[in-house]
Design a binder for this molecule. Structure first.
Ligand code: MN
Length: 243
């Protein structure tokens, strides 16, 4: 029997607000990532945050591809900036962990899909910078933190010809939008593959053979209603190398 590719989804922490153990830390991912991977034909695995680099590398060696999931803001110290007033909550422990996962996945030539925080982390990891809040980008006039349901498309996105993303989604789509930060300087070795009308970067791809893609919106939240968005996950899975 041909085994389905194992898709690791980077985990997050959540603290219990009430119940039996207030403040108790739990490892989790949003269920939409799990569902999208399963629907796209992969085997979803949650990769829980660990504090040991060797263990994180072992985690990567046990999956065929990596999804860097959404969540906290990236610590600006990673890209050489002090925190500005409108920076949101950060979780340095998770930054460290995600960087280990990403670097190891790239080293092992495993496909990577970064979503929301994932694209931001990816850009920072390879030397790029972020706008700590969209209000610091004078060109940004679109509402990127929509207040409608996650499956609703909020704004249009234009996708560059010749990119991997263009071959999946075509040149113009509408996406949801749940970010208050954006990419500023793009990391060397990456190209911008999608933008909103105000110039906000919505997707990047790493140059080279391996599939390393970052997306600013949340395709996993639209995947059950939009076959196009599910195709992003199918493409990630298709790019798993059969050894
Ligand atoms: Mn957006």
């Amino acid at each position: 029997m041909n085994k389905k590719p194992i898709i690791g989804i980077s985990g997050n922490f959540i603290m219990d607000k009430g119940g039996m153990f207030p403040g108790y830390k739990r490892a989790y991912v949003n269920d939409d990532y799990v569902k999208a991977v399963a629907m796209a034909g992969g085997v979803p695995y949650i990769i829980p945050i660990v504090s040991d680099e060797d263990l994180a590398k072992e985690q990567i060696s046990n999956v065929d591809a990596l999804i860097l999931s959404g969540g906290y803001d990236v610590n600006p110290l990673i890209y050489g900036e002090e925190p500005k007033q409108k920076l949101g909550a950060i979780l340095p422990e998770r930054d460290k962990f995600d960087l280990w996962l990403l670097k190891e996945a790239c080293k092992m030539n495993k496909p990577v899909l970064g979503i929301c925080r994932g694209i931001q982390l990816m850009n920072a990891a390879f030397g790029g910078t972020l706008n700590q809040d969209l209000s610091y980008d004078e060109n940004c006039y679109i509402k990127h933190l929509q207040e409608t349901s996650p499956s609703t498309a909020g704004h249009t996105v234009e996708i560059m010809e010749g990119s991997r993303l263009n071959s999946i989604l075509g040149s113009k789509i509408t996406t949801n939008s749940f970010h208050h930060q954006s990419l500023n300087r793009v990391a060397e070795g990456f190209k911008v593959t999608a933008k909103a009308k105000d110039g906000t970067i919505e997707a990047i791809e790493k140059n080279g053979e391996n599939f390393v893609m970052g997306i600013q919106w949340h395709p996993e939240m639209m995947s059950s209603s939009s076959p196009e968005m599910l195709n992003i996950f199918k493409e990630l899975i298709k790019n798993v190398k059969k050894v």
